[in-house]
Design a protein around this ligand. Structure first.
Ligand SMILES: [Zn+2]
Length: 524
């Protein structure tokens, strides 16, 4: 018997966690974090407590309560009972959980509860939760997705929510002789590698076989899946996709391969089901060229550092308008990781005539080599604190004073979080800022947007209104494109996920739409 249980991605954008069961085989389709859900409780200065593990996130319903999948150390620290008496607390519920770990279930049943996670792509709302899973559960993904996850670890801030490649097992330890209180309890950690497996085109996991199809999305390496179960059921999972990026041919091929398939179930994303007009990446290019050709001062553009398509668009925009594209070191790092991957058409930055990397002032603000020890990727391509600093960007990068001297020669990739640079850049009258990432879709993003506008006003950018120019094509298909894809695949059941508007999935007769409820099991 085949069943599906939706533990996330229901009625919200992101956080997909879909459990597929086939007799004794269980796999998750993605295991992401819903930022809407997390942001409804937490903000920058109120974060889950690291050494409380999953207990905080589970209490608030941000992470589902499921036996047999999580790391034991995030549910309860081994041997913690032994200290209750000594620390004078007789309430073990502060440290324990009624959820059983992967190891506990493995020990009791003699087999793992779960056989793997199929990751569709390298966006946090689809993979961040793997950090909480036992490191022995294999993660299946494309080689590009793996490279993106590695870059996210290298450039990220660490912490138990970001242990994608290795899990730091928390242990009970005691403080050493050089501390204030030698012998007192503390939490130590030992690192364990997580098991990643590169997807084969026909991937067997337990009883199920997953065929993967590359699709176009706002991050490279995205996959959709056609899954066959042991009782002959077929299930299609789209992940996130679009028909308007530079590799729309991939999504078209996926759709063509599945035309008329009539699978038992289709799990489909509906981020933009409420939008009638298809987006276009080439329109982004044309609009940017038009605007920047008329810009007399500095041209600036904000977009996500994983969005390689947008980088390629901006590279073309810069070439067309006779400017040098200056990108953030994070984007440079990802490009360096992905250069040479088949089908991506990304080459090393050293080979790009009109692309350079921006060098920020850091630490003591002196442009001195020593200022980059804590954020090595700003100065070059090294990230490990033990490594020598690679000085590629330090030697070759473009600095604020160079741009200030000749602003009309540059198109600068500048995200809102780097707006302190505007103080050094002091853009002249007639400068332009383009917002080329998704429009705000939650309260926090709306507040940032207000701040962004204040910076634009302060520096006289985008006069006279000082509003950003929104020029963007999203990572997601529009309503008509989604309906057409459903019509082509012609499934018996449709489960809309990754959407705030599942009710807009109104389909012709012969296709039943099921609005999934969180945690409810659906037999296919
Ligand atoms: Zn995505």
């Amino acid at each position: 018997m085949t069943s599906l249980t939706f533990h996330g991605g229901v009625g919200v954008i992101g956080g997909n966690k879909i459990l597929l069961e086939d007799g004794g085989t269980r796999i998750f389709l993605d295991f992401g974090m819903s930022f809407d859900l997390k942001g409804s409780f937490y903000e920058e200065f109120l974060q889950p407590r690291t050494n409380s593990g999953l207990r905080d996130l589970m209490e608030l319903g941000i992470v589902p309560k499921i036996d047999g999948i999580y790391r034991a150390d995030l549910l309860k620290i081994e041997g913690i009972e032994s200290v209750f008496e000594e620390i004078g607390c007789d309430d073990p519920s502060l440290w324990t959980s009624d959820i059983r770990s992967y190891d506990e279930v493995m020990e009791k049943e003699g087999k793992p509860f779960i056989h793997g996670v199929l990751l569709s792509h390298g966006h946090f709302d689809h993979f961040q939760g793997i950090s909480f899973l036992d490191e022995k559960i294999p993660i299946y993904c494309s080689t590009i997705t793996k490279a993106i996850i590695e870059a996210a670890v290298d450039l990220g801030k660490g912490g138990f929510e970001n242990e994608f490649l290795s899990a730091k097992k928390r242990t009970l330890a005691t403080l050493g002789g050089r501390s204030y209180f030698p012998g007192e309890y503390t939490i130590g950690s030992e690192s364990r590698d997580r098991e990643f497996r590169m997807l084969e085109e026909h991937q067997k996991i337990g009883n199920v076989e997953a065929r993967s199809f590359p699709v176009d999305h706002s991050v490279p390496g995205a996959m959709a899946f056609l899954i066959k179960t042991s009782d002959g059921k077929t299930i299609v999972y789209t992940g996130d996709l679009r028909f308007h990026g530079v590799r729309s041919d991939l999504t078209e091929d996926f759709s063509a391969s599945l035309r008329g398939l009539r699978p038992d179930a289709l799990i489909i994303e509906g981020t933009r089901i409420d939008e009638d007009t298809p987006d276009s990446e080439s329109a982004v290019k044309d609009e940017c060229i038009d605007l920047i050709a008329r810009t007399k001062g500095l041209a600036m553009v904000g977009f996500a550092w994983k969005d390689i398509t947008r980088y390629q668009t901006m590279r073309a925009v810069a070439a067309e308008t006779g400017r040098i594209l200056v990108i953030s070191p994070k984007l440079a790092y990802v490009i360096n990781r992905l250069k040479g991957f088949e089908g991506l058409k990304i080459q090393a930055l050293a080979l790009e005539e009109n692309v350079r990397v921006y060098l920020k002032r850091k630490e003591r603000m002196l442009y001195s080599k020593g200022d980059y020890v804590k954020s090595k990727y700003d100065a070059g391509y090294s990230v490990d604190w033990k490594e020598k600093i690679d000085l590629e960007h330090f030697n070759e990068g473009i600095r604020a004073y160079q741009i200030k001297r000749d602003p009309s020669s540059y198109l600068l990739h500048l995200d809102f979080y780097d707006f302190n640079e505007l103080i050094d850049l002091n853009p002249p009258q007639g400068s332009t800022y383009i917002s080329a990432s998704s429009e705000p879709f939650n309260l926090e993003m709306e507040l940032d947007e207000e701040r962004l506008k204040r910076w634009l006003r302060h520096f006289g950018i985008n006069a006279p209104l000082h509003e950003p120019y929104y020029i963007h094509a999203s990572g997601h298909a529009s309503g008509p494109e989604i309906r057409k894809l459903i019509e082509d695949i012609n499934p018996k059941l449709v489960f809309p996920v990754h959407t705030k508007h599942p009710e807009l999935f109104v389909l012709p007769q012969g296709t039943r739409v099921v609005m999934p409820e969180v945690g409810k099991k659906y037999t296919v």
